[in-house]
Ligand binder design. Structure first.
Ligand code: AVJ
Length: 320
């Protein structure tokens, strides 16, 4: 057996600050952005194909159904995509834009420079006449969207990632988006809707345990990147719907009392059964989206759901 590899220095500054702050709270918590290393991104891709995880395929159906019409009406020349995820949904939007006669610039925005470079190269190969301008930014913090893009611009925030933000944080994020928009620009958002809690809980407790592995992967990321010594395999996955807050909470539960060493943070003690919250996934309805939009100076221009009312595709316009 080889010795565990210890990071020479502690975590990068932002990660260290997140660890310090999150692990000293009464309810310990860590930001969901730390799920997504290469393995985490693969596990998430696997989640999107699970029978229980209706979100991705429902959103794809809505994009295919509505983007041609919406792009024809707006004729956007630039697409800015927040949290550039899988290329599948991007292609649907870009194809609709091209069909409408105007796909000039694509700006994928992501926290991972490596992931961005991949995405940008792939899209560039598929759309040779498109100008691809990747932008590294952490949308969970203050961020700047590149200026000087040809208008109208479409800013897309898909995958129901808005759900990872509690209402105040979601409104703050949307305000930043609104700040970068001109009157003719539009905001495209995919959002998971409130429904039977059992249906939602099943999507985050899949029978094959992929979501559990995805959840535990965060501890592996922190072990590698921050030199922490979490016993990742030992933690149990827990995901439950909180009806009062309209949200899923994902936790990792320590089966027994333990002390975790995190360089630069110190010793973190966990009691038996104590949990670390790794994600919230807020569920919305038309009224709650209207409230978020209004707080950001946006208005709902179009709202479409699938036949079952599981998921919504929303087009927002500057309100004033
Ligand atoms: C990518 C944030 C939308 O909240 O459903 C999937 C991530 N977490 N399964 C979500 C996730 C657990 C996902 N988002």
């Amino acid at each position: 057996m080889s010795e565990p590899v210890l990071a020479e220095t502690a975590a990068p500054a932002g990660m260290l600050a997140d660890l310090r702050a999150g692990l000293s709270l009464p309810q310990k918590e860590l930001p969901p952005k730390y799920f997504y290393d290469v393995r985490g991104s693969e596990l998430f891709e696997e989640i999107t194909r699970l029978p229980e995880y209706y979100l991705t395929r429902t959103e794809r159906g809505l994009l295919e159904r509505w983007m041609p019409e919406w792009a024809a009406a707006l004729r956007p020349r630039a697409l800015v995509e927040l949290g550039a995820g899988s290329a599948v949904k991007t292609r649907i939007v870009l194809d609709a834009m091209a069909e409408a006669g105007a796909a000039e610039v694509y700006v994928p925005v992501d926290v991972s420079a490596e992931f961005l470079a991949d995405t940008a190269a792939r899209l560039q190969a598929e759309y040779p006449s498109l100008r691809v301008v990747p932008a590294v930014a952490d949308i969970s913090e203050e961020f700047e969207l590149p200026g000087g893009l040809p208008g109208p611009m479409l800013v897309a925030f898909l995958g129901s990632t808005i759900g990872n933000f509690a209402p105040a944080g979601a409104a703050a994020l949307l305000r930043q988006v609104r700040g970068a928009m001109q009157p003719g620009d539009r905001f495209l958002m995919g959002v998971d809707l409130r429904k039977d809690p059992a249906r939602i809980e099943a999507a985050y407790n899949d029978s094959r345990g992929v979501t559990a592995e995805f959840n535990r992967n965060m501890l592996r990321v922190l072990n590698r990147e921050a030199g922490a010594d979490f016993d990742a395999d030992a933690f149990e996955h827990r995901a439950f719907y909180d009806p009062a807050e309209h949200r899923i909470e994902m936790h990792l539960v320590a089966p027994g009392a333990q002390t975790v060493r995190v360089p630069g943070v110190g010793e973190v003690r966990l009691a038996a059964g104590e949990s670390i919250r790794t994600e919230i996934s807020c569920k919305h309805d038309r009224a709650s989206v209207a409230v978020l939009f209004a707080a950001a100076g946006l208005a709902v221009e179009r709202w479409q759901t699938d036949d079952e009312g599981l998921y919504a595709l929303v087009l927002g316009a500057p309100a004033e």
